[in-house]
Design a protein around this ligand. Sequence first.
Ligand SMILES: [Zn+2]
Length: 380
Amino acid sequence: MKEFEPVVKLLLDLVAIPSVNPCFADGKGEKEIADFVAEYARKAGLEVHRQPVYEGRDNVLIGIVGNSNETILLETHLDTVTAEGMAIEPFNPQIKDGKVFGRGACDAKASLAAMLQALVEVARRGSPNRTVWLAAVVDEENGFNGVQKLMASGFKANYAIVGEPTSLNIVIAHKGTVRGNIITRGVSAHSSQPEKGLNAVMHMAKVLAALERYDSELRMRLHPLVGSPTLTVTMIQGGHGSNLVPDFCQVKVDRRTLPNEDPLAAWDELKRFLKSQPELLELNLEFGEPELLNWGMEVPENSLPVKRLSVACQQLNLQPQIIGVRYTSDASFLVQNGIPAVLFGPGSIEQAHTAEEWVEIEQVVAAQKVFETLALLPTE
Ligand SMILES: [Zn+2]
């Protein structure tokens, strides 16, 4: 077998360890991969801490102390989405056409391999110019509880790079999300005498039309990096039988927020909009508590992580674009806790979560070099 660079060998080992988030039916959690990562780092002489988040699900913190007061946090996640329905073998990674195939190969084990191997190489050379911590956290693909635990523990750094597939571009802004239910209530009656009832499904039809207008209004608000907020009705449920006037109908909505928009305020705005529509005034409308509140994030183009990362990339003749993305990430929790953060990592988001997930080896190798260079840059 051909000899691969250590970072590629490491990526293959990481993909071969299933770490599906337990929120999925096939999810066994992150224990085995956390053990592997901790042991790999310990053998290289790095400092290793475990931070329990749930029973058997620990964040792994790996560090090397540097010669200045500057501290970088490299953060990425140990968990993956489900491997069900994949068109390839999820945990038997294959190499083809310069790509590694397997579940998590791109999101986010490519970043994890690049960050971990970079730290190993930095440790080999002695003390770097700044302290570097790698936080490999659990539960990014579901509740973001790994990063929240890290922040609750009081962890501090001057800036952070979050490893997600950005095709080696620097992501300085992303959207947030709020999800919730809207309910219409009517009066049930036999469908032979519909005039005795109040049809909750027909009432919901009016709400849906209003929601469509609201979405059009949202699309007028343009952010230069992430575009406009959106509102999507994702599920509908109503009625009890084919011969009954339905007294209940519920829809689930998903509202994507702008980077600095408070998701709770966005939910309240949606409520106010519907309550102010004349054709809905007579309806019996209810709103559920928001089920998911994820902030977006944005850092200035001249913030420390962008500056440092740009210099490191320049030294390696890479030309990253400064961009915004639509998906949410751990970075918002870091920014909310006063740590300026950007996303940067090998692989494209187009391949994340797909049936044939893959990452280009060239990008993984390049990312490792970037993280290494970042640790070794002179401080000002
Ligand atoms: Zn990810």
